[in-house]
Each structure stands twice: as structure tokens, then as C-alpha cells.
Design a protein around this ligand. Structure first.
Ligand code: NAD
Ligand code: WQD
Length: 337
């Protein structure tokens, strides 16, 4: 039996495929390559010494999904495929709802037709909304989201909960990621954003490698210790391992919600200073106005995943940075370089 990984050619997906293959799972990847790279899967094969079954296709394409389920014996699905740029989602809500919501509905319909009822879904800490107190706990209700990307994640969570109420053959893990960074310690795969990076760590890494001139730090007057925003950064390999642990949980029907974070926050300035210390590369930066929609500080309460899945993030911040740098310095132009 195989695990279908949608979006497996992307950043988190490719790292998860490595962990799946290395722990003996058979894997099929479905990805339309709109933000992923076939090269990343070749690199996954180099790391693991195993062949990756890859289908280039779209989760919105029902006939493509039906073929995948007909051609492979699939026991469960890890569903990463979707669009993820918060700012872009404000200008392109239809694209975001179509990929993230309609795409997931189509996937679930194809799964049900094929008799596959085990799903791990990539959700986000953003579903807690702007008013939630920190640290975020899974028992808190979803809050109001401030952009179509976040709303699409909250909508899919609700759909999947309703599905589990309607039909007890379904078992679904909703994994709420905090801020994944880092790269595989081999330096072979990592985050390779198209265009100017939206997220902090790839931006810093591209400044370090000389692709970008300087970092703009969005806001220095937040109510935090040094005035810059605080986030819970976790290593992408730890995050990938959390998916394997949650697959085991799908033995039990119903919805299982987990925060995947370290439980510790770091400020933007701490991230910049740590990067400079670990890599010995200077990161020129300037303070810029706040970015719309940013929250001052949030991090996970990661107790539930520890107690119920036996999962804890193990990599330190220095290791996350060292691995980011190994990837970026060995692949200054990403996979296409
Ligand atoms: P990514 O863009 O690197 O990977 C997503 C992959 O899905 C890409 O390879 C892309 O080509 C593919 N894809 C997109 N739409 C598709 C479609 N309609 N059909 C088939 N394939 C499609 O992103 P990532 O950082 O690896 O994120 C993976 C998932 O985790 C996403 O759902 C994202 O929203 C979620 N997530 C990411 C973060 C983060 O900070 N990276 C945080 C929380 C949640
Ligand atoms: C981190 C901090 C910025 C870039 C986003 C999504 C979230 C999830 C993860 C998908 C913030 C600051 C950033 C820069 C900066 N994604 N920053 N200069 O905003 O916490 O989360 O990605 O699900 O849903 O919202 O992450 O990496 O964009 O920002 O100062 O050039 O770095 O203001 O304080 P964020 P981020």
C-alpha cells in the first residue's frame, strides 16, 4: 500500500517524501509543478537511493485523480498541494479558493470513490486568527482570518470536520504548522521560492548569498522585547517527521488536530543575529514599516503532539540556520541554477 503525497515536489512535501521513503513507505507524488520542481524529486531519489513515483497533475482534475487511485493501491493521502502566498491571495481570492478549497473537495471526492478515507492535511497556525491568546492551543476555536489564504485553510478544516461527522470511515489529521524553515541536512533540497521571497528565512538566505541587497525588517515598534515580531520557527525535517507520526494516528477515525511547532518564539532581530553568528555572513538590514496583517507574536503550545503522537521538534535554531545556509550556499539559484 502506498501513500499519495499531493504537492510532494514542493518545499515541505519533498522533505516529507524523503522521510516516508527512508522509513519504508511506498510513495506516489502528485504535483502540477506550479510552485514545485521535478528536480527536487530527482534530489529526493539521490538522498534516499529510491525511485519516486511521480504524476504531473492537478488536484482539481478529477479524472487525473481517479487514474492515480486506479493505478496505485493507496492507503492514505498527505495533502500539501495548494497555493500559499498570503499577500498574493488578497489580490487573487478566486485562485486561492479554487486551488485550496475546490481542489481539496475534489481530492476528497476522488478518495471516497476509491475507498480511501485517511487524510493528513497541511493546515496553518493562521487559523487561530488575530485575537487568539498565545501560546496557541488546539482546544481554542478557529478565529477570524484576515486573508483568503488563511480563510481557505479554515474552510478546509471545517469541511474535513463535517466529513468526519457525516461518515465515520474518515480519519483526518489537521496539522497546524507554525513557521517551517531549514532544509535537508544533505543540502540537496530546500526552499526555492519563485520571485522575491515573501518569508523571512528565504529572504535572509538570498541576501546572504548575494541575490538580494538587504533585508527590510517589517516594523520595530511591536510590543515585543526588541520591537520586532516573534514567531515559532521549526525545522522542515522535524515537520516532515510529524507527518509520519500523524499517519499512525489515522488508525483512529475522526478528526485529530495538532500544532506542529517548537513552543518557543524568536524575534526577527534574533533571527538575523543568529544567522550572522552561525554562518559568519553579514546580513545588511534596515527597518521598514509594518507589513499589513502581521501579528506581533505567536508560538505553539506543542504539548498535544508530544503526548499523543510522541512528536517533538528536535533541531535547534542554529541547526535550522546551518541547514538553510548549506542548501542556499550550495544552490545559490535554487533547483534551476
Ligand atoms: P510549496 O508551494 O513549496 O508546495 C506546494 C506544492 O503544491 C508545490 O509543489 C505546487 O506545485 C503544488 N501545487 C499547488 N497547487 C496544486 C494543484 N492544484 N494541484 C497539484 N499540485 C499543486 O509550499 P510548502 O511550503 O511546501 O507548503 C505545503 C503546504 O503546507 C501548503 O498547503 C501550505 O499552504 C501549507 N503550509 C505551509 C507553510 C509554510 O510556511 N511553508 C505554513 C503552513 C502551512
Ligand atoms: C516572519 C516575520 C515578518 C519577511 C507566513 C504565513 C503563515 C505561514 C507561514 C503558510 C514576520 C518578518 C518577513 C521580510 C520581515 N504560511 N519579515 N521581512 O508571516 O509569520 O507567516 O508564513 O501557511 O500563514 O502568514 O512568516 O516568514 O513571512 O514572516 O521582517 O522580508 O518576519 O514581518 O514578522 P509569517 P514570514
Amino acid at each position: 500500500m502506498k501513500v499519495l503525497v499531493t504537492g510532494g515536489a514542493g518545499y515541505i512535501g519533498s522533505h516529507t517524501v524523503v522521510e516516508l521513503l527512508e522509513s519504508g513507505h511506498d510513495v506516489v507524488v502528485l504535483d502540477n509543478l506550479c510552485n514545485g520542481s521535478a528536480k527536487s524529486l530527482e534530489r529526493v531519489e539521490t538522498i534516499t537511493g529510491k525511485k519516486v513515483d511521480f504524476v504531473e497533475g492537478d488536484i482539481r482534475d478529477r479524472s487525473c485523480l481517479d487514474k492515480v487511485f486506479a493505478n496505485h493501491e493507496i492507503a492514505s493521502v498527505i495533502h500539501f498541494a495548494g497555493l500559499k502566498a498570503v499577500g498574493e491571495s488578497v489580490g487573487k481570492p478566486l485562485e486561492y479558493y479554487e486551488n485550496n478549497v475546490y481542489g481539496t473537495l475534489t481530492l476528497c471526492q476522488a478518495m471516497a470513490s476509491a475507498g480511501v478515507f485517511r487524510l493528513v492535511f497541511s493546515s496553518s497556525a493562521t487559523v487561530y486568527g488575530a485575537e487568539a491568546p498565545v501560546p496557541y492551543l488546539e482546544s481554542m476555536s478557529r478565529g477570524s482570518t484576515s486573508n483568503p489564504y488563511g480563510t481557505s485553510k479554515a474552510m478546509v478544516e471545517k469541511v474535513l470536520e463535517d466529513l468526519c461527522v457525516a461518515d465515520d470511515r474518515w480519519s483526518v489529521a489537521l496539522l497546524r504548522y507554525f513557521n517551517p524553515i531549514g532544509a535537508h541536512p544533505s543540502g540537496q533540497i530546500g526552499e526555492d521560492p519563485r520571485g522575491i521571497p515573501n518569508n523571512l528565512m528565504p529572504f535572509i538566505a538570498q541576501v546572504a548569498v548575494g541575490r538580494l541587497k538587504e533585508l527590510s525588517i517589517f516594523g520595530d515598534d511591536y510590543p515585543t522585547e526588541d520591537g520586532t515580531c516573534v514567531r515559532d520557527y521549526l525545522h522542515v525535517v522535524d515537520l516532515a517527521k510529524g507527518h509520519l507520526k500523524s499517519l499512525d494516528k489515522l488508525e483512529q477515525p475522526g478528526v485529530h488536530i495538532y500544532n506542529l511547532g517548537t513552543g518557543t518564539g524568536f524575534s526577527v532581530l534574533e533571527m538575523v543575529e543568529s544567522f550572522q553568528r552561525v554562518t559568519d555572513v553579514a546580513i545588511p538590514y534596515r527597518f521598514a514599516p509594518r507589513r499589513d496583517g502581521d501579528l506581533p507574536a505567536f508560538w505553539a503550545d506543542a504539548t498535544k503532539a508530544q503526548q499523543e503522537l510522541g512528536w517533538t521538534a528536535e533541531f535547534s535554531l542554529d541547526e535550522m540556520i546551518a541547514d538553510t545556509w548549506r542548501w542556499q550556499s550550495q544552490n545559490p539559484d535554487g533547483f534551476e541554477g
